[in-house]
Design a protein. Structure first.
Length: 204
């Protein structure tokens, strides 16, 4: 009996990884959440693709999950909410998190935990201390469990409605630690990720 393929969490860097990202983007935000128009190519290239950092989970050559992070203004929420800064805590270095998507067969705590740990590490390295999202209303309980605070009116239409939310680094450090601890998954160990303030981890 063969052992399961291990999961690898990393920033996307290869052409084939980006192709899988475009296809999962389509499956999630066209077929599952009807936010964009259907296309015969079955791929959806994000409008901020050139500026996005994609944090992904791979199972062999399959994309299990992803999210995109971007720190350049204007954010997508700048285009949907007038005077976005008026809703946010002042004096923060902001990033926007978008395109959180996990393949249905991988929708357990393990993939989400690993991606969130990678997100925390990326945020610390870049100096971000506030993150904003347009959270699908289908997952609003999860986002609030992770410490995200709703603000402003909802955006989107029909079945593709999203609630603007933000989370500070300090809150995310606490709530993510609790999320890791309370998860039934044993495949991802929170002890492998430093969630305490202090020196940034030095790369090998």
């Amino acid at each position: 009996m063969s052992s399961p393929t291990p999961l690898v969490f990393k920033p996307a860097s290869e052409d084939w990884e980006y192709e899988l990202i475009h296809r999962l983007n389509y499956k999630t935000f066209v077929e599952e959440i009807p936010q964009h128009q259907a296309s015969p190519s079955h791929r959806l290239v994000d409008k901020f693709h050139a500026e996005n950092t994609y944090l992904i989970c791979l199972s062999g050559r399959k994309l299990a999950g992803m999210l995109a992070v971007r720190g350049n203004r204007p954010f997508s929420l700048d285009q949907k909410l007038e005077n976005l800064n008026s809703y946010l805590p002042p004096g923060r270095k902001i990033c926007e998190i978008r395109l959180l998507a996990i393949e249905k067969k991988f929708r357990g705590a393990q993939v989400l935990q690993g991606i969130l740990a990678l997100l925390w590490q990326h945020g610390v390295e870049k100096g971000y201390d506030l993150a904003i999202i347009s959270g699908t209303v289908r997952q609003s309980r999860l986002y609030q469990h992770l410490g995200f605070v709703p603000f402003g009116p909802m955006v989107g239409t029909g079945e593709a409605q999203f609630q603007p939310m933000y989370v500070t680094l300090e809150t995310f450090e606490v709530t993510a630690r609790e999320f890791f601890r309370s998860s039934p998954s044993r495949a991802f160990h929170p002890s492998s990720v430093n969630l305490l303030p202090g020196p940034v981890t030095v790369r090998r």
